[in-house]
Design a protein around this ligand. Structure first.
Ligand SMILES: Cc1ncc(COP(=O)(O)O)c(C=O)c1O
Length: 376
């Protein structure tokens, strides 16, 4: 088993249908192995500029985009440190474990934050947002587009304009949807739209990116004790000369540039978004045919991560282990949803054919486990 998990010589041979990190294509692994110049060199700056231009196109925005040497949580923390003054209140609209992370990040940074949450499996509706916003005056509102624990996709196209009308800055954690689902930052008026790259980008972990509005940058200038490493103003200033303030993971940025070029110029944005829609629909069709119930409320199911209920009282840890023996990694439920749900990640470079092959194997394993449950 350990050979399959972590083969020292060849790397992992598992086919990943995980909620991240996901499968990284060979062409990207080759990019990572190329030699680089230093982060203060002209070749680096040219590369950095290409990354930022690509991100702007991906996010349909004229806002600046920033690159962080951290995972997504780093930018979530940056939002808290940069955007909330001591006498201001923030609001988190939570639909699951990562909504709660927004809240914990604010609390542990000493910020005054409220959490309004829905039952897991449900989404933030415009009505819910309106009611939450009517209670107090908030300067920043944070939520997820795609909640990776419950597999819910919030209707941000309807909710973000309502938040903007309240006068608050809006931070969207798009970690498990950016580069898989269309996110129109300028049209919606999102102030910070963030993600790490080990999910729909199909890159290895180690980097996070965000778009940032002029209003958010201006606000940072008014907030004290922003620290050094996650300071929006310092990052923005260095971005203007196509650099980062500190030494970035240069090979990862090379890979990001290559992948953005692939997404924008080879696959094409619309095709990529359509492929993810099909992957989501196909997985839901499979679940329905297998008499398995989706965890999210109908109409809010994610096209990148499917969270599926334990309709047959199967031992999902066993199921995940049996899939490993067949060369596939899928995800058990997240946190308190472990064994109550399992998750199939269908993001990044996964094709419909890849998905069909995996689902065939999974169908057999589920049938066997159900028979065992029945004592046959
Ligand atoms: C929606 C969402 N937000 C935040 C995170 C945290 O991301 P990271 O591990 O890149 O910090 C994750 C990770 O799975 C996620 O799915």
């Amino acid at each position: 088993m350990s050979d399959v998990h972590f083969n020292k010589k060849e790397g992992s041979k598992l086919k990943l249908f995980t909620p991240g990190p996901v499968y990284v294509p060979e062409r990207i692994l080759k990019e990572l192995a190329k030699p680089n110049d230093t982060h203060r060199s002209t070749p680096y700056s040219e590369m950095h500029q290409l990354a930022i231009e690509g991100l702007k196109k991906l996010l349909y925005t004229k806002n600046d985009c920033l690159i962080f040497t951290s995972s997504a949580t780093g930018i979530m923390e940056a939002c808290m440190r940069n955007l909330i003054k001591q006498d201001e209140k923030a609001l988190v609209l939570s639909v699951g474990a990562f909504g709660n992370r927004w809240y914990d990040t604010a609390l542990t940074n000493g910020k005054d934050v409220r959490k309004e949450e829905v039952e897991w499996g449900k989404a933030i509706t415009p009505e819910f947002a309106e009611k939450a916003l009517s209670k107090e005056k908030y300067s920043v509102v944070c939520l997820q587009s795609n909640e990776t624990s419950t597999g819910v996709y919030n209707p941000i196209d309807e909710v973000v304009p309502i938040i903007k009308d309240s006068g608050a800055l809006v931070c969207i954690d798009a970690t498990s949807s950016m580069a898989g689902v269309k996110l129109e930052v300028d049209k919606l008026g999102i102030d910070v739209c963030l993600a790490s790259v080990q999910k729909c980008f199909a890159l290895p972990p180690g980097l996070a990116v965000c778009s940032i509005s002029e209003d958010a940058i201006q606000k940072s200038g008014e907030v004290k004790n922003r620290g050094i490493y996650l300071d929006f103003l310092t990052l923005k200033k260095k971005n203007e000369v196509h650099q980062t303030p500190n030494t970035p993971p240069i090979p990862q940025i090379r890979a990001l540039v290559a992948q953005l070029d692939y997404i924008l110029n080879s696959e094409g944005l619309e095709k990529r978004f359509q492929r993810h829609k099909q992957l989501g629909m196909r997985t839901r069709m499979w679940a329905r045919d297998a008499n398995l119930e989706m965890f999210p409320e109908k109409g809010y199911e994610s096209d990148t991560v499917s969270t599926i209920k334990n309709s047959f009282n199967i031992d999902y840890s066993k199921m995940v282990n049996q899939m490993l023996l067949k060369g596939y990694r899928i995800g058990n439920g997240y946190g308190t949803l472990k064994n109550k749900t399992f998750r199939i990640g269908h993001m990044g470079e996964i094709t419909l054919k890849n998905l069909e092959e995996m689902l065939e194997v999974l169908t057999d394993i589920i049938s066997e486990l159900r028979l065992k449950n029945l004592g046959r």
